[in-house]
Write a new protein. Structure first.
Length: 407
């Protein structure tokens, strides 16, 4: 209803074109999961009608995104034609930029890794021209290693830490790049999408992980910083300005520890790695683990060896994490929470049993009754490659209903 007239507000109607577009993405992801499939198997796996699958497969074959693999023997009834994503349709490249560290990974069009290159500059790279030149150089090095040319590239996805619609506040990514994306595109001469790692990991989970079997997934990343990537109904949730998922800056303790964002009591100040160090420092000032690199693994080893301060820190961290995850469950009500960062390693194995009990105790009603909490094995580089591939499908006219807010 409108506020002034009380008349019903116009609602965008989904057309057959929109439905066909969604169906193409569904089939592409099913082919990616299966490796090789058939029209009948795709209909069974996706829930789409055989007629819809047949029409969609025709579109994908016509654009070269999919390819037939020949007759499959051993099936019941008549031999049937196999299908797969066409790895030779082109190449997709993911690029990661952080301070002076650059990485480029080349994938084929079936998202299989072909080459991976790491470059570390002698000092921080901040000026826009220098960052753009370094990205171009790293990209070319990776393409050469993969035996590919620029003209083979369907799209490039660039990962930058920080926010999306305005200059990033993180010290890890040069602000200049966010302000000069058109110059980056011109320099590369290729289609480019830019996103942050959390959104990319969520995209990877959607294309390659829990998103294959569930429509509602949250990726909770626990590292130096803390955040969440949210997948709902087959799409990554971004929010009005691209800031959706800043779970690390939700309030965990009123007027609690100061967070790096300037607020007090954020979840990140308790379950990020610096926050866990602080918990240990409060428990045992001067503890020998505090300055060590690889702190989460060292803390886990000390706790397993019976170090009382380490055991106490692990237990407190587990309760902090459980309470913070329960807030996510209350807001998003996901089917799966996939954990990355320290929670997917040695420390996670100690923390998660207690944290999971806390989630189930604190979540409202039966919101966590069937919740699965599991480590995530997806990577941001795979995710940004998937976003770039989806962008290519949009440019080819195969995807028409989702606007990609990635820059």
């Amino acid at each position: 209803m409108t506020e002034e007239s009380g008349a019903p507000m116009a609602v965008a109607r989904r057309t057959s074109r929109d439905i066909r577009s969604d169906s193409r993405l569904i089939v592409v992801r099913a082919l990616l999961a299966a490796g090789e499939s058939t029209r009948n198997a795709l209909a069974e796996d996706t829930g789409l009608s055989p007629a819809t699958v047949s029409a969609v497969v025709g579109d994908l074959l016509g654009s070269g995104v999919a390819a037939e693999t020949g007759l499959l023997s051993g099936t019941v009834g008549r031999p049937t034609t196999g299908l797969r994503l066409n790895p030779d349709r082109g190449r997709v490249v993911g690029v990661y930029v952080e301070d002076r560290f650059f990485q480029a990974t080349v994938f084929d069009a079936a998202l299989r890794r072909l080459a991976n290159v790491h470059v570390t500059a002698p000092g921080p790279v901040a000026a826009a021209d220098d960052v753009i030149d370094q990205i171009a150089c790293t990209l070319d090095t990776a393409l050469a290693e993969a035996g590919a040319r620029r003209e083979d590239v369907l799209g490039v996805g660039v990962l930058l830490p920080g926010g999306m619609q305005r200059p990033v506040k993180s010290a890890l990514a040069p602000d200049a790049i966010w302000l000069h994306l058109d110059r980056l595109r011109d320099r590369l001469g290729l289609p480019v999408v830019v996103d942050n790692p959390l959104k990319a990991i969520a995209a990877a989970e959607l294309w390659l992980g829990a998103g294959r079997r569930c429509s509602s997934v949250v990726v909770a990343n626990l590292g130096e910083g803390v955040g969440a990537g949210i997948v709902q109904d087959g799409a990554v949730v971004r929010g009005a300005t691209g800031a959706a998922g800043e779970w690390g800056h939700t309030l965990l303790v009123f007027d609690g520890r100061e967070c790096q964002c300037g607020r007090r009591g954020c979840a990140e100040a308790y379950v990020g790695v610096p926050g866990i160090r602080r918990t240990l420092a409060e428990t045992a000032p001067g503890h020998p683990l505090l300055p060590l690199p690889g702190f989460p693994a060292a803390l886990a080893a000390a706790a397993e060896a019976g170090d009382l301060a380490a055991v106490s820190t692990v237990e407190r961290t587990a309760h902090y994490l459980g309470a913070a995850l329960a807030d996510l469950v209350a807001i998003v009500n996901p089917e799966v929470i996939a954990l990355t960062g320290w929670a997917a390693g040695e420390l996670g194995a100690l923390v998660l049993p207690v944290a999971e009990r806390r989630v189930r105790d604190d979540a409202p009603g039966d919101a966590a009754a069937d919740l699965v909490i599991e480590p995530s094995h997806s990577s941001g580089m795979e995710g940004i490659a998937a976003i770039a591939l989806e962008r290519f499908m949009r440019d080819a006219g195969l995807v028409t209903t989702r606007v990609l807010p990635a820059l």
